[in-house]
Design a protein around this ligand. Structure first.
Ligand code: S3P
Length: 178
């Protein structure tokens, strides 16, 4: 893939909360000289409130509908970007099809213990605002494993890699495959 060129397809980063989608997306954007967006941020801008507020005032189902709408819009765009996608987006069957249709899907796979290490003390993830966050991480990850794998064109195990190394490996993979 030639750096700084128009992308032929979107590059979508999926994976559990704390996998590093946003940070890796930014670094990849810099390496490939292609703009990056974050679907959570797009949703927040449209709703005029944070994800936590959306969960609190409208509920998770409403948020999930917003995720689907966002993907539908992205699929219809005439330009392409790197997109980091919320951790729960690939769960809905409808979204799995949309993700595949939108572009090349990269799954940043992470172990529950790594997520816990990275997100301990973080208050921006409403799903982890519970008594046993590590238990919740394990449970959600197990429930989502298949959905993530089904969507992925490529899987990168990120536990032992920093974000710079993740982005370098992905840039190399994309040069050969996209
Ligand atoms: C969620 C992940 C979050 C955000 C929301 C729900 C999930 O995004 O979309 O809190 O269901 O896993 P990140 O994966 O960017 O943290």
């Amino acid at each position: 893939m030639e750096k700084g060129k128009e992308l032929k397809r979107n590059i979508l980063l999926i994976g559990f909360m704390g996998a590093g989608k946003t940070t890796v997306g930014r670094k990849l954007s810099w390496k490939l000289r292609v703009p990056v967006e974050d679907t959570d941020k797009l949703i927040e801008q449209k709703a005029g409130k944070s994800i936590s507020e959306i969960f609190r005032t409208e509920g998770e189902e409403a948020f999930r509908r917003m995720e689907t709408l966002e993907l539908q819009e992205i699929c219809q765009r005439t330009y392409h970007r790197i997109l980091s996608v919320g951790g729960g987006t690939p769960v809905r069957k409808e979204n799995q099809a949309l993700l595949k249709k939108c572009g090349t899907v990269i799954y940043l796979r992470v172990q529950p213990e790594t997520v816990w290490k990275r997100l301990k003390g973080d208050t921006s993830r409403p799903l982890l605002a519970c008594e046993d966050p590590l238990g919740k991480i394990r449970e959600l990850m197990e429930a989502r494993r298949e959905a993530y794998e089904k969507c992925a064109d490529v899987i990168l195990d990120v536990d032992d890699l920093d974000s710079e190394e993740c982005a370098s490996r992905l840039a190399r993979w994309l040069e050969d495959n996209a």
